[in-house]
Design a protein around this ligand. Structure first.
Ligand SMILES: [Zn+2]
Length: 753
């Protein structure tokens, strides 16, 4: 048996950097698991923790009293091209979606090209229309088969004749020139503050209402997602700059003003009709998501596939969590592209079946309705029909199990505050200004939460009322830089009432107008005070030094670090004033190159790297560095372990549901109408971080444990993907069962008596 400490010291002095690092990793793995081999099941994916009893069940809903769109479970869209009136067989199109058991189909009215003989000025007829009522024929074919129809418009672009007659409709560059579509330069971009939206769009809606029976109206291409418009037309040049909180509020006001106007027009013919628009944009959103959530009857998550900027496999379920944060159980559908998304992309060609299926899996798992989308009916002539069998098979499978996808509420005890205003308007600290800054932060905490299968929800910063957040054992603030005084007070009240809080870096250092504060808005809550401006690095980031005497007490957040005195710090930090009894202190960053100088010039400081407080029921943990983002950039396992340990300490390791087993898995757990449903998404795949999935890497047994509320009895446990019933054990209220193997997706549906 080697003396670990002595071994490490001798490695350090010998200068054998690589052997030291690898030896240390090996020792850590052994120290943590007591095993010779480091494996996921023993270290990361293992559940562990203290099972807490699930809350009393929500009262049953009367499904028949819900509006029609709340009962929609499958949505189909063949996105019509100008050529489709020449090549699309309408009966075959309607037969396909009907055979897939779609409840509703999108049919294009548009606004860029009319698919019916429109008389609205500047509503240009497609060149293959030839006076035909293509839209009307599609509506008739869909309704004949019992499918509802969404009238789909596109208010974002128009043609040169419209521009010549209405130069005020165009978005303008700073120099006054017209903004055109990047791919088809004949089309100009329309300004959402102009009369185009007040006059032209309503004229089309009223014409549709006068001619057809449609169920509701939708606008594609507007409002923008994930960013704000940058227009310098006569109206917009009088508004605040488009990257400011003041503009964001005006932008949201205008979106909701038009939304209300269009909704009223939709209802002029049919009071059950309504309007909805393009939404999504993940945590960045576009309009204020809390306000949008109050307005939207149908949240159209236009999150169709991985992008070059967001290549992670979980992009769809992340969007689902955003929807759940703001919708209070209202309807959301996520648009899955069956065509080849990405850049470059192929709009008329199927992507891999494994990838399309995973996006649909994520849609269902995160509580949204599956929606399949393909562009153009050229395939109807036999060019590429691969997506159709996949879609039909998947939709028909969901139809067999609809009742288990009727979710009442999510089961989670950690809330991650999104910080939408920070995501949209803050671009990182002065030391690292980049539009990717918050994306990297969000992905870091998301990835970390998945690795240990924590049950978590997203929480919007404008929805921190006590009745919403009291259900969480801990809230996480991953560099939520912008928080108003009121939001800080809500978080303070939450901790005083026994809630736990984790915060990092510049959280609360700015108000809701992005005005810097002299000290953190949450300084008193975390017991911290700012000692200086953000510090980056010119080489090595800082290290966190484990204070010997505190380490000896084996604090829970240092579990697994017995053989090291220093840990990786974050790339950027906001220095804090010294505190009594620190656990981790900062070793300032230093050069990486040349190696001759790669040692800490200051070996030890009194600057805290983490500040922990234990106040009665509630606990708080503050990291002075951007630990989540640094974890994302590097994948350093010590940072992952530190985040995991901290979350376990904050929640007292309480778990709502424990799923133990191998694999990198995203978990959702729902209280459903029939009982409960545990959804497992298997991301263990070579293409998890860079698309697309081309295979399924099956994983071994997953052991599930939940503690049901008193009086709740289990009738059956069924696996919906495998379509088998499982044996289960009840010990008091403690439910246990084992999912024998996990392919790409499984849903364990618990039916109660
Ligand atoms: Zn404008």
């Amino acid at each position: 048996m080697i003396n670990r400490r002595k071994f490490i010291q001798s490695s350090l002095t010998s200068g054998a950097a690589v052997p030291f690092a690898s030896a240390l990793r090996g020792l850590e793995a052994q120290a943590e698991t007591g095993a010779k081999q480091f494996s996921w099941s023993e270290s990361m994916a293992a559940g562990g923790g203290v099972l807490v009893t699930l809350p009393e069940r929500e009262p049953a809903r009367d499904m028949s009293s819900l509006p029609w769109h709340m009962r929609v479970r499958r949505v189909g869209q063949t996105n019509m091209t100008e050529h489709d009136p020449a090549v699309m067989n309408i009966e075959e199109w309607a037969d396909f979606w009907h055979s897939a058991q779609a409840d509703v189909v999108f049919v294009s009215v548009t606004g860029i090209l009319a698919f019916y003989p429109s008389k609205v000025p500047f509503h240009k007829h497609g060149k293959f229309l030839n006076g035909r009522d293509f839209f009307g024929e599609c509506v008739t074919a869909a309704r004949k088969r019992g499918m509802r129809v969404v009238a789909r418009m596109s208010p974002d672009l128009n043609w040169p004749d419209a521009l010549a007659a209405h130069p005020e409709w165009a978005m303008r560059h700073r120099d006054g020139s017209v903004q055109h579509n990047g791919q088809e330069p004949r089309l100009f971009k329309t300004c959402m503050f102009s009369s185009y939206m007040d006059d032209y769009v309503p004229a089309i809606m009223r014409e549709i209402n006068s001619l057809y029976e449609v169920d509701c109206f939708y606008t594609n291409g507007w409002p923008p997602l994930g960013s704000l418009p940058d227009c310098h037309c006569a109206i917009c040049s009088k508004l605040p700059s488009s990257d400011t909180p003041a503009y964001w509020r005006i932008f949201t006001d205008r979106v909701l003003e038009l939304w209300a106007k269009y909704d009223a027009i939709a209802k002029e013919k049919n009071p059950e009709s309504f309007f909805f628009a393009n939404s999504g944009g993940n945590v960045r959103g576009g309009p204020n998501l809390a306000r949008l959530g109050e307005t939207a009857k149908w949240f159209q998550a236009d999150n169709q596939g991985r992008t070059w900027e967001e290549p992670e496999v979980w992009g769809c379920s992340l969007q689902g969590r955003v929807c759940n944060a703001v919708l209070d159980g209202k309807f959301a559908a996520n648009v899955t592209a069956a065509y080849s998304t990405g850049s470059p992309g192929w709009r008329n060609l199927s992507k891999s079946a494994e990838e399309t299926r995973m996006w649909l899996n994520e849609t269902l798992a995160s509580g949204m309705a599956p929606y399949l989308h393909f562009v153009g009916a050229e395939g109807g002539a036999g060019l590429d029909l691969r997506w159709q069998d996949l879609g039909k098979e998947y939709f028909r499978w969901t139809a067999k199990h609809d009742r288990h996808f009727a979710n009442r509420r999510s089961i989670a005890n950690i809330g991650v505050v999104i910080g939408q205003s920070t995501q949209l308007l803050y671009s990182g600290p002065a030391t690292a200004r980049t539009r990717h800054y918050m994306r990297e932060t969000t992905q870091g905490i998301y990835d970390a939460l998945l690795w240990r299968r924590f049950a978590f929800d997203f929480v919007h910063e404008d929805r921190l009322e006590p009745e919403r957040i009291a259900r969480y054992r801990a809230l996480v603030l991953p560099n939520v830089a912008m928080l108003s005084d009121r939001q800080c007070q809500q978080l303070r009240d939450y901790v005083n009432a026994g809630g736990s809080l984790m915060g990092s870096f510049e959280t609360s250092l700015y108000d809701e107008n992005l005005k810097p504060r002299a000290n953190f808005g949450l300084a008193d809550v975390f017991g911290i005070s700012k000692a200086g401006e953000a510090v980056g690095t010119n080489g090595n980031p800082y290290y966190a030094w484990i204070e010997q005497e505190n380490a000896a007490r084996a604090h829970a957040i240092l579990a697994g670090f017995a053989d090291t005195r220093w840990l990786p710090g974050a790339e950027n930090r906001v220095p804090l004033n010294p505190i009594a009894d620190p656990l981790l202190t900062v070793v300032p960053g230093f050069v990486r190159y040349p190696p001759e100088l790669a040692y800490p010039p200051v070996p030890h400081t009194t600057e805290p790297a983490v500040v922990l407080r234990d106040k009665g029921a509630g606990r708080t943990a503050w990291f002075s560095g951007d630990v989540e983002r640094t974890y994302w950039l590097t994948g350093h396992g010590d940072l992952l372990r530190l985040i995991h340990n901290t979350l376990r300490w904050l929640t007292r390791d309480e778990r709502m549901v424990i799923v133990e087993g191998p694999g990198f898995v995203e978990m959702f757990c729902w209280e459903t109408d029939p009982g409960y449903a545990v959804h497992l998404l298997n991301y263990t795949n070579p293409n998890t971080h860079h698309g697309w999935l081309r295979s399924v890497v099956s994983q071994g047994p997953q052991q599930v444990r939940m503690n049901l509320p008193s009086g709740v009895r289990v009738k059956t446990v069924d696996l919906l993907r495998s379509e088998v019933s499982l044996p289960f054990k009840m010990n008091g209220q403690d439910l246990r069962f084992t999912i024998p193997s996990l392919d790409d997706y499984e849903v364990a549906a618990v039916t109660i008596t």
